[in-house]
Write a protein that binds this ligand. Structure first.
Ligand SMILES: Nc1nc2c([nH]c(=O)n2[C@H]2C[C@H](O)[C@@H](COP(=O)(O)OP(=O)(O)OP(=O)(O)O)O2)c(=O)[nH]1
Length: 127
């Protein structure tokens, strides 16, 4: 099973979501940015590194939210979300096709990766 961490980055009561590119697995799906844990890395180190690599910005993980296990058929992931504070930097899309900040009730209107669906309900009560 692949361990993946993703960041729920909140700014002005809106959540940052990113759209996967055509070249990535799960093309054009929306997701919370993040990625796989490297060997020897803990979840918080991984999320800080991934967000810098993908979006060029600095964040601080504040709170570990829930984990979802999802089987895509060809691979299975454990996806763990972290509520994060946006510290600084200008967003540059280094891997994704697009990004936007949306209200939690508007998440449902985006075509999210299946593993993310349980977070969408959870975030309505949190953000
Ligand atoms: N970052 C992120 N990944 C997610 C989410 N939901 C979801 O199913 N995933 C999947 C997509 C990928 O298969 C995996 C994250 O891996 P990744 O983005 O670091 O790498 P990748 O699979 O695109 O790249 P690779 O295997 O070709 O090296 O988790 C999500 O909300 N955020």
């Amino acid at each position: 099973m692949i361990e993946v961490v993703c960041a729920i980055i909140v700014k002005d009561d809106k959540i940052l979501i990113a759209q996967r590119s055509e070249e990535m697995k799960l093309p054009l799906k929306w997701e919370f940015p993040g990625g796989k844990l490297n060997e020897g890395e803990d979840e918080e180190q991984a999320i800080i590194r991934e967000i810098k690599e993908e979006l060029n910005v600095e964040i601080i993980p504040l709170k570990r939210l829930s984990s979802n296990i999802h089987d895509y058929g060809s691979f299975k992931i454990k996806l763990t979300a972290y509520l994060c504070d946006f510290i600084g930097g200008e967003i540059v899309l280094l891997e994704h096709k697009d990004f936007k900040f949306v209200k939690s009730e508007d998440l449902i209107n985006h075509d999210f990766a299946e593993a993310d669906i349980p977070f969408i309900e959870e975030l309505k009560t949190l953000v």
